[in-house]
Design a binder for this molecule. Structure first.
Ligand SMILES: [Zn+2]
Ligand SMILES: [Zn+2]
Ligand SMILES: [Zn+2]
Length: 507
């Protein structure tokens, strides 16, 4: 059967008033109720006022009853609303309400749990909340456990759990004003240090704590004060570094070597079996320890990564880009993120923070023609293919994907939603999704920046893509050094030209 909405020849899932529809269009339609063009109620749209002429494809604009079909009215038996149908003639929101009540009981009005469950019930993505509820490791489990024990919800209560498990729950509770914003977001690093060093002997423990608070925390604090943000990747990197130093001291302890007696052969033996992170952390830690005369001067040898690795040739870059723009078997969010990386080299951290407000939509249509990395920045024109992919974002959450617990009613409309710290997908989450489709973030970005830097002056690059001036200048230099010759050989037709950049008047 030919699907009346997408036109593909497929087995049909339902015979809506608009015609036979395939499984994809059926599920997409059911899960995205919108205002009916005739009665204005939010409903699953299944019909169109006009009959299709010849082979024309139609997008459904009116609901079941308005197209004369009560069979496909998709109205919830309990609340009478037109939300996505779930089970037993109940809408997904009513079903979620039941599940929240099962998980957390009947919360007294005005209690923190009531505030939270109300917000969760109103979430833009009820199915994600359902998934979150059944996640064996995560905020819902922690919350249930605190309730069972009768422990009031507080920052300190959450501190008793693995920070990676409660990170996003804590953010949500703060956003809902159930918990106060911690005055110092770095305070949780102190808690981590306490936990990580708990099993060390008193002397090495005090060394790790001194190192962490005087050196590492200070570094994290400076970055926090510069950027005003403390992101999950930053937290994780600090956590890994401190854990690595703890591992070194634990290893010394088990070999009965006090830190003061550490010599080069012993250090080399440690480095021999250490991970890359541990080696890097060891070097950092020993520099600090030498200054405090805790240890004699030693040499840490490990491969330093100074120059960015470009293992992606221009040819590969364009092949990957073509794949992102044309391969419909890849999910839309991966295609969009991949194309933004490969075409413009935008940092992944910035890609995950993009919202619908960053998109420039052509008047009179809903097709995306350009985007901005920050509001007020010049708009960057996108190729029509990428525009169409961006138009379809946010994509429906992949099954098994990270659930969402962002619960603010006026939350930004993320292009890449997820369980993330702020309602968007996490850095590592999107990176992993790109990797499953064989796209490397670092390589793609580097290749894109090298390509761009060869074409555009540094000041334009930093304006458009949110790089610091220093970073942009660096890339331009590298491009001049390594690529100028090579770029002449690249087919002129496939290179991004300066004309893809549109600057507003007067700038
Ligand atoms: Zn279809
Ligand atoms: Zn209607
Ligand atoms: Zn309902």
């Amino acid at each position: 059967m030919r699907c009346a909405i997408c036109g593909q020849m497929r087995v049909y899932s339902a015979r809506w008033p608009i015609g036979h529809v395939c499984a994809t269009c059926y599920h997409r339609g059911r899960s995205t109720p919108r205002p009916c063009a005739s009665c204005s109620k939010i409903r699953v749209l299944v019909g169109h006022p006009d009959a299709p002429a010849n082979d024309e494809l139609l997008v459904p604009t009116i609901c079941g009853p308005c197209s004369g079909s009560y069979r496909y009215s998709y109205v919830c038996l309990r609340c009478g609303g037109g939300e996505e149908p779930y089970k037993n003639l109940l809408c997904v929101r009513c079903a979620l309400g039941d599940q929240l009540r099962t998980a957390f009981g009947d919360a007294p009005p005005g209690s923190p749990i009531e505030t939270l469950t109300t917000a969760l019930r109103g979430s833009r993505r009820p199915r994600s909340v359902m998934k979150w509820l059944t996640n064996p490791r995560g905020g819902a489990r922690v919350l249930g456990e605190l309730l069972d024990r009768g422990t009031p919800i507080s920052h300190e209560a959450l501190d008793t759990y693995d920070e990676r498990e409660v990170w996003s729950l804590r953010r949500t509770l703060v956003e809902l004003e159930i918990l106060p914003e911690r005055e110092d977001p770095l305070a949780r690093l102190d808690v981590i240090v306490e936990k990580i060093t708990a099993d060390l002997a008193p002397s090495p423990r005090s060394i790790v704590r001194a190192y962490a608070s005087w050196w590492y925390l200070r570094r994290a604090r400076r970055r926090y004060e510069e950027s005003g943000r403390f992101t999950y990747p930053q937290f994780r990197s600090a956590w890994q570094r401190i854990a690595a130093v703890r591992a070194l001291l634990k290893w010394l302890e088990s070999n009965a070597v006090p830190l003061g007696a550490l010599d080069q052969p012993t250090l080399d033996a440690w480095l021999e079996q250490a991970t890359h992170t541990q080696r890097a952390a060891t070097g950092d830690f020993l520099r600090w320890a030498v200054r405090r005369s805790l240890v004699e001067r030693l040499t840490v040898t490990y491969p330093e990564r100074t120059e960015p690795t470009i293992l992606l040739s221009e040819e590969r870059r364009w092949a990957e880009l073509r794949r992102c723009l044309t391969d419909t078997s890849i999910p839309d969010d991966v295609r969009a993120a991949g194309a933004l990386l490969l075409l413009y080299g935008i940092p992944l951290q910035r890609i995950i923070e993009l919202t619908r407000d960053h998109l420039v939509i052509e008047a009179g249509s809903d097709i995306v023609t350009a985007f901005r990395t920050t509001t007020g920045a010049p708009a960057v024109t996108v190729p029509p293919r990428l525009g169409r992919i961006l138009t379809r974002l946010p994509a429906p959450i992949p099954s098994g994907g990270a659930p969402l617990i962002d619960a603010r009613a006026n939350a930004p409309s993320w292009l890449f939603p997820g369980r993330g710290t702020a309602g968007h997908v996490t850095f590592t989450g999107l990176q992993a999704r790109l990797r499953t489709h064989s796209l490397s973030v670092r390589q793609s970005r580097n290749a894109a920046l090298i390509g761009l830097a060869a074409d555009l002056p540094a000041s334009v690059i930093c304006d458009l893509f949110g790089l610091s001036v220093a970073a942009a200048v660096n890339w331009t230099r590298r491009a001049a050094r390594d690529w100028t010759g090579y770029m002449h050989l690249v087919d002129e037709r496939v290179r991004p030209s300066v004309s893809t950049v549109r600057r507003p008047n007067g700038r």
